[in-house]
Write a protein that binds this ligand. Structure first.
Ligand code: 4AD
Ligand code: MG
Length: 462
C-alpha cells in the first residue's frame, strides 16, 4: 500500500519496505548515485530518495526525472546520514508517471513572486507557501466543524441561488437563463422575469444568514459554511467576489452571548491549527510574517478588547495619526480606522459594538435610543474586519418599519417576517470571512493567495 510522506517522516522506521507517490521537487546527480526529493502534499518536507545504479532502468529513468515530474518509488527506509532528515528511502524501483520538461515547466527551484504564481494558478499549489496555506485552510475548516459539532450546533446547508438580498446592499450577481441578446420584454419594455428560469429575478447569495435564521427557529443552534458572492468592485488585498463564510445562528441568544461565542470560536481555531499544523505555522513565521506565532499565542491566551462604536470614534478622534477618511459619529469605520484600533492601540482583536442604525443592515436589533443597533464587528490586527454579526430584530413591528426605512420591499421578505409572527425569540449570529481568517492565521498579505481559485474583478481564469 502506498504511504503518505508526512506519516513516514513522523513514524517511519528503518528497514520498513514502503512505496510512495508524488512529485519531484529537486534532483541531485552525483558520481555513482542520485538523490531526489519527493513531495506528495501531505507535509511541507518531502522525503529524500537515494537511487543507486542497480535500480532497474537507472539511466533511462533518471533522464526522465526533473523538478515537477511525477513518480512512484518503492524501497526500504534507512537512517539518513545527511542533515535535516531522520530517515530516507533507498529506492529499489522507480516508476516515472509523467515528465516535466525543465525548458518549459515554470516552477523551478527559485522563489517566485506571488503575482507570478497567480498567473499560474493551476500549478502554484505545488509550491511550499501555497501548500502550507491550503493545509492550514483545511485545518481551519476542520476546526470550525469540530467546534460547532462539540457544542451541538446543526450544520445546515443554505442555498447558493436566492431571490433575497440579505445585506440589502445591492451587490448581487444575477442568475438567469434568459437570452441576454434578446430578453423577453414586458409592455413597459422592461425585462420580463416571469419568463426567466425561476419566474422572477434570482441572484447568487451574499450571505446564508436569513435562511440560517429559519433553521435556528427549529433547531436552536445552527451554522452554515459555504461560498458567498459579492459584486462589489473592490480591488483590495482583503476582498474577493467569491468567498467562504461561516455563519452560526443562535436562538435565545443576545449580543453578549454572540460575542462570547465568536471569541471562543477564534481561540479554538487558532489552538487547533497550532496543534495540527505546527510545521506550516513555523514556516509562515520564518518566511512570511515574523509575528504569526506571537499573534496566535496572543489570540489563544488573551481576552479580546470590547468597545462601543461611540467609544471607538472618541479614540480615533484623539489618535495622533492622520487618516485619509474622516472620523465622525455616523460614518462607517474604514479599514485604516479598524487597523489603528486593533493593531496600534489595543494590539489584539477588538470587538466594536452598537453601530449607528443608518450604516447597518435592516435585520439588526434596534436599541432603545433608536440611534444604534446591536451590531458587533471583530477587528483583527493587519486585517481589519474579520467577523460581522448582530443580535437580530425579533419584533415584527420594528422589523417591518426598518425594512421600509431602508427602501426594501416587505413583500419580498414575507417569510422572514413570518418568523417574527410565529414563535419569535431573541436571537443572534455572526459571519466569519473564512479567507480573512486564513490570512490572519498565516500572515499572507493578499487574500488571493489563501483561496485556491480567487474570483476578483477581471479574473476568473482557473
Ligand atoms: O459583515 P458581513 O457583510 O456580514 C454578513 O454578511 C452577515 N449576514 C453575517 C451574519 O451575521 N450572519 O460579512 C461577514 C464577513 C466580514 O466580516 C468579512 O470577514 C467577510 O465576511 N467578507 C468578505 N471576505 C472577503 N471578501 C469580501 N468581499 C467580503 N465581504 C465580507
Ligand atoms: Mg460587515
Amino acid at each position: 500500500m502506498t504511504r503518505r510522506i508526512a506519516e513516514l517522516l513522523r513514524a517511519g522506521q528503518p528497514d520498513e519496505t514502503v512505496t510512495i507517490q508524488g512529485w519531484v521537487r529537486t534532483k541531485r546527480e552525483q558520481k555513482g548515485f542520485s538523490f531526489i526529493e519527493v513531495n506528495d502534499g501531505s507535509s511541507m518536507a518531502g522525503l529524500q530518495v537515494v537511487i543507486n545504479p542497480d535500480v532497474p532502468d537507472y539511466e533511462a529513468s533518471l533522464k526522465r526525472i526533473s523538478t515537477g515530474a511525477s513518480v512512484e518509488v518503492s524501497g526500504v527506509l534507512v537512517p539518513s546520514p545527511g542533515k535535516g532528515q531522520r530517515i530516507e528511502l533507498k529506492a529499489e524501483s522507480v516508476k516515472v508517471y509523467g515528465e516535466a520538461d525543465p525548458e518549459t515547466y515554470p516552477l523551478q527551484k527559485k522563489r517566485h513572486s506571488f503575482e507570478f504564481l497567480r498567473d499560474i494558478g493551476h500549478l502554484r499549489s505545488r509550491t511550499n507557501t501555497l501548500g502550507a496555506v491550503f493545509r492550514v485552510r483545511n485545518a481551519c475548516a476542520t476546526a470550525i466543524h469540530q467546534f460547532f459539532q462539540e457544542r451541538g450546533f446543526l450544520w445546515v446547508h443554505t442555498p447558493v441561488i436566492t431571490a433575497s438580498d440579505c445585506e440589502g446592499a445591492g451587490e448581487m450577481f444575477a442568475v438567469t437563463s434568459l437570452n441576454l441578446k434578446q430578453p423577453p420584454l414586458t409592455e413597459q419594455k422592461e425585462i420580463d422575469y416571469t419568463q426567466d428560469f425561476f419566474g422572477k429575478p434570482a441572484y447568487l447569495t451574499v450571505s446564508g444568514q436569513l435562511e440560517a435564521e429559519i433553521m435556528a427557529m427549529a433547531f436552536s443552534n445552527v451554522y452554515t459554511f459555504g461560498p458567498t458572492f459579492r459584486a462589489e468592485n473592490s480591488n483590495t488585498s482583503r476582498h474577493l467576489a467569491e468567498f467562504w463564510m461561516v455563519e452560526p445562528e443562535m436562538a435565545f441568544c443576545d449580543l453578549d452571548g454572540d460575542m462570547d461565542l465568536a471569541e471562543a470560536f477564534l481561540k479554538y481555531i487558532f489552538s487547533y491549527v497550532m496543534e495540527h499544523c505546527s510545521e506550516d505555522m513555523e514556516f509562515f513565521n520564518k518566511l512570511i510574517d515574523q509575528s504569526v506565532l506571537e499573534t496566535a499565542e496572543n489570540i489563544i491566551n488573551n481576552q479580546f478588547e470590547r468597545i462601543t462604536y461611540t467609544k471607538a470614534i472618541e479614540l480615533l478622534e484623539k489618535a495622533d495619526q492622520k487618516f485619509e477618511y474622516p472620523v465622525e459619529w455616523g460614518l462607517d469605520l474604514q479599514s485604516e480606522h479598524e487597523r489603528y484600533l486593533a493593531e496600534d492601540l489595543f494590539k489584539k482583536p477588538t470587538i466594536v459594538t452598537d453601530y449607528p442604525t443608518q450604516i447597518k443592515a435592516f435585520y439588526m436589533r434596534l436599541s432603545d435610543d433608536e440611534k444604534t443597533v446591536r451590531a458587533m464587528d471583530i477587528l483583527a490586527p493587519k486585517i481589519g474586519e474579520i467577523i460581522g454579526g448582530s443580535q437580530r430584530e425579533e419584533r415584527l413591528d420594528v422589523l417591518e418599519r426598518r425594512i421600509i426605512e431602508q427602501g426594501l420591499d416587505p413583500k419580498t421578505y414575507w417569510w422572514y417576517l413570518d418568523l417574527r409572527r410565529y414563535g419569535t425569540v431573541p436571537h443572534a449570529g455572526f459571519g466569519l470571512g473564512f479567507e480573512r481568517l486564513v490570512q490572519f492565521m498565516t500572515g499572507m498579505a493578499n487574500i488571493r493567495d489563501v483561496i485556491p481559485f480567487p474570483r476578483t474583478p477581471q479574473n476568473v481564469e482557473f
